[in-house]
Design a protein around this ligand. Structure first.
Ligand code: SF4
Length: 542
């Protein structure tokens, strides 16, 4: 093993508080893998929470592994060091279970890099009974695992904290891997991709799916009914994360709003709130490790106990998201000394906000912005999307106009625009909608940048459109995409990889789909009818 890699792992561990070091003897060993860097993985509340949840089981030892930084990948290859877990430095192939937590589609190629560094065959069909069981959880697993389905033995369709105990019971009582798969198929929410065959028609669309008798045709998404009982919290405090030395506490799961581009509102439905007593207890436990508490939830201004929580003395609170409006402005007033606050108008005109069902008015945006500047914040971050369905030049001009009017409200502070390209997501009314063409997106970005160039104290940042299209390709993809991901692991750009895998990328990202099309994720029962989503889509376009 490379001494350098070992020392680096020890350095990361030396800065952590809360790490579990358990004797693996006689215990079920699980390595939890985040298919991106340590920094990003450790910033992910779900990843941290599952690590704690598993380690709090007396007969389980859970360790962690991440995608190494680029220079460390070279060191792994140069020294022939297999990817190993942080805690005991065991190669991944020596664990009973490898559990991937996948939150972003663009991390799919990293999954294969991790298999390669671990010398594990990527396709489940190539692996034998001596290989660990490889499972997939995280948000990508429960809205469309199909592009990576061939790489996993089991995918968790839904919230892992709800399903893990049942799955582990089945695992413990199984004789071998085929037995685990058979028993898991009978558990609601667990999806065993190898049991399903997909047929395509002459146009390349999905013609149907078949599965053996006794295996469910559809997989019902599972969710934890009462999040007051959830054990998902920051387990390890470390300066090496996005939320440096901060304990994240989940206040809400699911969102009461219904923005039409957003998958969060749908796949985490129904909105659930943690009880006041439980959240206070969790904050108290967090305070034993750090004074910095980050409250997490998609729309915290809707959390009924937010004011009670923010009044807890001697806590430095941070809030991930607020909706523009009077209620949020009041909360900001309670949270003194904030340097930066984000609000998300998403679109430049009231018309387009109506199309996407973003229920905030210009009045809300101006009122909140003015108050925030008055409170002395240094940076107001504004989130916008471009390439949205029905978007016109007027909507783009609307962004410029809106920002200029916000700037006119106060000479204090900076304004930062964060612009991302619209990517259609499964289980949203826009799942049928094609992405805007790249030239159009680039032109719109140019117009915005030019229009705000001379406005003092305004900076414009945007995503790299190339990666937004890659995300669209993966998020709309079916099982055939796995061939592209394999090609990408040979360092190929995704478009070249699609070409050499014989996959027409436009079919996935620029094709306008119809209600009768079978979508790759239709086998998941999210609890929302396709007809209802379609009606909403038609209403938006109208
Ligand atoms: S408010 Fe935010 S989290 Fe909620 S549906 Fe809209 S975009 Fe999604």
């Amino acid at each position: 093993m490379s001494q350098k890699l070992r020392e680096q792992a020890d350095f990361l561990l030396s800065r952590e508080k809360g790490t579990f070091y358990k004797d693996p003897g006689g215990k079920l060993s699980i390595v939890l893998v985040y298919p991106n860097t340590y920094h990003l993985g450790m910033s992910n509340l779900g990843f941290q929470g599952i690590y704690g949840l598993l380690n709090n089981m007396y007969d389980v030892v859970c360790e962690r592994a991440f995608l190494p930084e680029e220079r460390d990948i070279d060191e792994h290859i140069r020294t022939g060091t297999e990817l190993f877990s942080l805690e005991s430095k065991r190669p991944l192939g020596r664990f009973d279970i490898i559990a991937f937590s996948v939150s972003f589609e663009n991390d799919y190629p990293n999954i294969l890099k991790i298999f390669e560094l671990s010398r594990i065959p990527p396709r489940s069909a190539q692996r034998g009974t001596h290989h660990p069981l490889i499972i997939m959880g995280g948000v990508c697993a429960f809205f469309n695992p199909e592009p990576v389905a061939d790489f996993f033995d089991i995918c968790f369709i839904g919230e892992a904290d709800e399903m893990l105990p049942e799955f582990l019971e089945a695992y413990r009582s199984s004789a071998d891997k085929p037995d685990v798969l058979k028993k898991s198929a009978a558990i609601e929410g667990l999806y065993i991709p190898a049991f399903y065959s997909i047929a395509y028609d002459a146009e390349g669309s999905i013609a149907g799916r078949t599965q053996p008798e006794g295996v469910p045709e559809r997989i019902e998404r599972r969710f934890l009914e009462d999040i007051s009982s959830s054990k998902i919290t920051t387990t390890i405090i470390t300066p090496g994360t996005e939320f440096s030395d901060m304990c994240l506490v989940e206040a809400m799961r699911g969102c009461p709003w219904n923005c039409r581009f957003c998958a969060v509102g749908k796949i985490y439905s129904p909105p659930r709130r943690k009880g006041l007593r439980e959240i206070k207890d969790e904050i108290q436990a967090g305070l034993e490790k750090t004074r910095r508490i980050g409250l997490v939830g998609p729309s915290l201004s809707d959390y009924p106990y937010i004011k009670d929580v923010l009044q807890i003395p001697e806590v430095a609170f941070s809030i991930t998201s607020l909706r523009a409006g009077r209620k949020s402005a009041e909360l900001m007033h309670m949270m003194k000394r904030r340097k930066s606050v984000s609000i998300a108008p998403e679109a430049g005109t009231a018309r387009l906000r109506k199309v996407i069902n973003k229920k905030i008015s210009e009045e809300d945006i101006f009122y909140t912005s003015e108050l925030l500047f008055h409170e002395g914040i240094e940076t107001l971050r504004l989130y916008f999307m471009i390439g949205l369905p029905t978007e016109t030049e007027e909507d783009i001009e609307g962004i410029i106009h809106l920002v200029k009017r916000i700037r006119d409200l106060s000479k204090r502070g900076h304004i930062t625009l964060s612009i991302s390209t619209f990517v259609p997501k499964p289980f949203t009314p826009f799942q049928w909608h094609p992405m805007e063409n790249p030239a159009g997106v680039k032109d719109r970005l140019k117009i915005i940048k030019k229009g705000l160039l001379s406005v003092k104290g305004v900076k414009v940042f945007h995503d790299v459109p190339k990666y937004a299209y890659m995300q669209g390709f993966f998020s709309m993809g079916d099982r055939r995409i796995s061939r592209v991901i394999e090609k990408m692991s040979a360092d190929q750009d995704w478009q070249k990889a699609a070409e050499s895998a014989g996959i027409i990328k436009d079919f996935y990202i620029f094709r306008k789909k119809e209600l009768h099309d079978i979508l790759p994720w239709d086998f998941i029962d999210m609890g929302i009818s396709k007809e209802k989503l379609w009606a909403e889509y038609r209403e938006a376009l109208a």
